[in-house]
Design a protein around this ligand. Sequence first.
Ligand code: HPA
Length: 235
Amino acid sequence: MSTPHLQGQKGDYAPVVLMPGDPLRAKFIAETYLENPKCVNEIRGMLGYTGTYQGIPVSVQGSGMGIPSIGIYSYELYHFFDVKSIIRIGTAGGIAPEVKLRDVILGQASCTNSNFAMQYRLSGTYAPIASFRLLKTASETAEKLNIPVKTGNLFCSDMFYDDANSLEEWAKMHVLGIEMESAALYMNAARAGKEALCICTVSDCPLRHEFTSAEERQTGFTNMMKLALETAVNL
Ligand code: HPA
């Protein structure tokens, strides 16, 4: 049964899906790391693949950028394809002073300026959090692989170009990084009774005007992809 945005049939996705924002990164991960990768989605060029890693089924599906985009794809994966766990692998801007370029962040929770939670008609502010099982597994896997990680809060923003310039205030609250997808992913997972985790590589530190080169980003990404894949098969 295909959906408005995913052409796959039930069973085309593994119970665990890695979600990079960039569909070409999904293709790269599938073709580099998965055994027998099969393309399961091409609609809108938002490529998705399923294969195995160490013999265990794993899917990789692009999410696109921002809350509305990952909101659509994660909703359809959870509700129409029996996906249980989604691990977003993306980039973040480093905010807190101790966060450095190329660091890997495990998003324990996600603050947001988005109104995504409004749909749930709650009588207070919802706190989107990662699945503890995924977070614990990723944290332990990182230790085993000798990949240093920083675990804490993310700020999921609706704006990349933001007139409010609020990053210094978020830094005061010790938020580690800014990205644009985690809050919707965590809320969709919670509402569906499923699991989500966001792993980010720090690609830039906007407050310090520091940026990685394309080559430097690749090293950080390699650690993050290894961590995500090893987490996926150790759940
Ligand atoms: N802002 C929002 N998202 C991002 C950033 C940023 O500075 N860097 C990487 N993803």
